[in-house]
Each structure stands twice: as C-alpha cells, then as structure tokens.
Ligand binder design. Structure first.
Ligand SMILES: [Fe+2]
Length: 183
C-alpha cells in the first residue's frame, strides 16, 4: 500500500476534517517513534494514518470501531502486525496490546489531542511557539482537554520513553506537518 492509497481511502471514508487531521498527526508521531526506536517508519506511519478510518462508518460504535478499521487496512495491504495495532487501539474489544507497534499507537493516539488543544489555547492558535514543557503543564492539568487520556499517554513508558521525551518527540513531529494540521 502506498501512502496515497491510504489517503485516498481515508478521503473516501472520512468527511470530518478534524478526524483526518487527527490521523495525520498520529501518522507523524508514529513515524517519529519508529525513527527513535529503530522500527519500520513506513509501516508505523501507515498504521497511525489509518487507525481511525472506520470512525464514521461505525458511527463511533465502540463495539465495531477498529474491527472494521483493521479489515479496511488489511484490504489496503496492511500486514497482520499493523492490523492488530489498529484493532487493539480500541480497548473495548479487550484485546491485549502485544507488540511495540500496538503499544506505540495506543499512547500516541491521545497525545495528538493534548498537543492540538495546547496549540489552540495559544493567542495565535499555532504550534510554532508551543514548548514541550507547556504541553506537560497541560498534561498535569486534568481538566484541560480531559478527553486526552493521561493514563494512556503515560503508557509511553512501555515503549521505553519517559513522558518528557515523548511529549517533545510528539510536539516536534506535529510541528513538522503544522500546515496540514491547520495549526
Ligand atoms: Fe485516534
């Protein structure tokens, strides 16, 4: 599967542009994580990019969300490791996270939301001037962007990253595609 094929499929299945941006952010963070951990950047990037492709098709039903997504990813040519990561990023199925890819996607997913929210409360609503330490400050403020699950983000420890490095890596990755994110 090429990145273009993945994007075309997203365009065909997802209308909400904020959801598309969330998947682009997840892709960027996953690529950066793969680079940092010596894993396959293409495979990890595509997994991040596709992980919520079924959100509208399943109408957010957590009993089917990510099952359909994993199937769609397989149809596009994703291997089983990638499909499994997509499948188990939704905890509702009770499928344990086994591989590094599973664990990376799970903690990267909510980090995108925290970083986007931290950018959006800035006067310029941009990522440019945002520092990782202020992302961590927002991390500690549990009422801020409460949907960005802090426990889940903290599981970066399972892939060997401290929160400090994880927030820095995530922020830099998202800054790298800021125009695509509209941030
Ligand atoms: Fe997601």
């Amino acid at each position: 599967m090429t990145r273009k094929e993945a994007l075309d499929s997203i365009k065909a299945n997802v209308e909400n542009q904020n959801l598309v941006k969330h998947m682009l952010a997840a892709e960027a963070i996953m690529r950066a994580l793969a680079r940092r951990l010596g894993e396959d950047e293409v495979e990890w990037g595509l997994t991040g990019l596709l992980h919520d492709i079924d959100m509208e098709l399943t109408e957010g039903d957590m009993n089917t969300h990510s099952k359909l997504g994993a199937d769609l990813a397989r149809e596009l040519g994703a291997n089983e490791t990638m499909a499994h990561a997509i499948l188990c990023h939704n905890e509702a199925h009770g499928i344990p996270r086994e591989t590094k890819l599973d664990k990376a996607l799970f903690c990267a997913d909510p980090l995108t939301g925290l970083i986007s929210a931290a950018a959006l409360v800035r006067p310029d609503k941009k990522l440019t001037g945002l520092e990782a330490k202020s992302v961590r400050k927002k991390f500690k403020d549990k009422s801020f962007a409460a949907g960005a699950n802090r426990e889940q983000i903290s599981l970066c420890g399972e892939i060997g990253l401290e929160l400090e490095e994880f927030t820095e890596l995530g922020l830099e990755a998202m800054k790298g595609i800021a125009p695509d994110l509209g941030l």
